[in-house]
Write a protein that binds this ligand. Structure first.
Ligand code: NAD
Length: 372
């Protein structure tokens, strides 16, 4: 098959969907690969390296005009104009955005939204949510450390002792657990909250303290189990108790990293404006949920702002700030997914019955199959 790698055009998107390493593997599997000139430049993958890996360099319309187009973000209307009817599109296509999926369908595409892959062991190597959230959790802590006017580790010096920073992590999924691990490595004292009971052991295994919001009814305990590993919206009474406890912990904290999400819904509000008001001057909140409305109503998308003396970091695309590694991992996820789409003879061989394909295929030959 003819595989195209266009340059990403979304604002602030620095990643690329294939690297010289994965291109080499596509070529070895008898595909021809067209890479748009400069597609990897913001992630420091040079055109020459793609050429050496066996790709042909071309302009965007040629890369977008391939049989299989590999993208990071969903193509916009201009990009779609260059895509062929019946072409295959693989990327992070935002499966909960029904109008966006309908647009892909009306362009006659067969599209696979990688975020919709089930969180099963077999799908781990193609799990884009995990590969990217892990880097986001790491980068969030570095951004916080940079914004914070003090140090993370306790330091005993001849001029006196500096206290370790206190970090609160809200949401201990992939990003949150990496944030805990990174903050611990930098020497902070860390505590974390999650609604799923399974998270307690994971938080504690990283040496952080679990902020426990006890369940008061069977219903609360039941909902907190989540579905498919994902959280569900908790009853208002539990959320109120959590908010009170979070407010108390945030008052003591120097850094808050919030990552709480519920699939297909606005992010839960965990840090109220009042809680921010009660926080120490110079403390920092990094709100990873900002794209979905934020865990704090005061955070602003793609901005660093100071409110009530507290820094709020609202960058929505943290993996793009570590574009080389984020692209390398994403490209390997895509390569792994491609094994369910094409064989080693360069031919299309979509494993339509496979549960990963069923979950990810959002439209086929112009028809919407599902938006997650
Ligand atoms: P996510 O990004 O959807 O959500 C982030 C975290 O926010 C989750 O841990 C969630 O429980 C938490 N959250 C939601 N509401 C909250 C609230 N009110 N207070 C505190 N926390 C709240 O999650 P994710 O990182 O994508 O992980 C989702 C699940 O997938 C997890 O159970 C994870 O262990 C699992 N997972 C499985 C695999 C696999 O087996 N292949 C791989 C990666 C992740």
């Amino acid at each position: 098959m003819h595989i195209g790698i266009p340059r990403e055009t979304a604002a602030g998107e620095t990643r690329v969907a294939a690297t010289p390493e994965t291109v080499k593997k596509f070529v070895a599997a008898k595909h021809s690969v067209v890479v748009e000139r400069g597609a990897g430049s913001q992630a420091h993958f040079l055109d020459e390296a793609y050429e050496q890996a066996g790709a042909t360099l071309a302009d965007s319309s040629q890369a977008l005009g391939a049989d299989i187009v590999l993208k990071v973000r969903s193509p916009d209307s201009q990009e779609r104009q260059h895509m062929k009817q019946g072409a295959l599109l693989i990327g992070m296509l935002d499966p909960f955005n029904a109008p966006g999926i309908a647009e892909l369908a009306s362009a006659g595409l067969t599209a696979f939204a990688l975020e919709a892959a089930p969180r099963i062991t077999r799908a781990q190597s193609l799990d884009v949510l995990s590969s990217q959230a892990n880097l986001a959790g790491y980068k969030a802590v570095l951004l916080a450390a940079n914004q914070y006017g003090r140090l993370f580790p306790m330091m005993m010096t001849a001029a006196g002792t500096l206290k370790a920073a206190r970090v609160v992590v809200l949401g201990a999924g992939v990003a949150g657990l990496q944030a805990i691990a990174t903050a611990k490595r930098l020497g902070a004292v860390v505590e974390a909250s999650d609604v799923r009971p399974a998270a307690k052991e994971q938080i504690e295994s990283l040496g952080a303290k679990f902020i426990d919001v006890p369940f008061e009814t069977d219903e609360e305990r039941d909902i907190a189990q989540g579905v498919g590993g994902y959280a569900r919206p908790m009853p208002a009474a539990w959320m109120a108790r959590q908010a009170a406890l979070v407010a108390e912990r945030c008052k003591q904290a120097d850094i808050v990293i919030s990552t709480a999400l519920i699939p297909g819904r606005p992010a839960p509000e965990l840090i109220s404006a009042e809680t921010v008001q009660g926080m120490k001057p110079g403390s920092v909140i990094v709100d990873l949920a900002v794209e979905r409305g934020g865990n704090c109503p005061l955070s602003e998308k793609d901005q660093i702002v100071q409110k009530h003396g507290v820094w709020l970091v609202g960058y929505s695309n943290l993996p793009a700030l570590v574009a080389h590694d984020a692209s390398a991992l994403y490209a390997r996820n895509v390569l792994d997914f491609m094994k369910l789409i094409a064989n080693n003879e360069g031919e299309l061989a979509i494993q339509e019955e496979d549960e990963i394909i069923v979950a990810c295929m959002v439209c086929k030959d112009g028809k919407v199959l599902r938006s997650a």
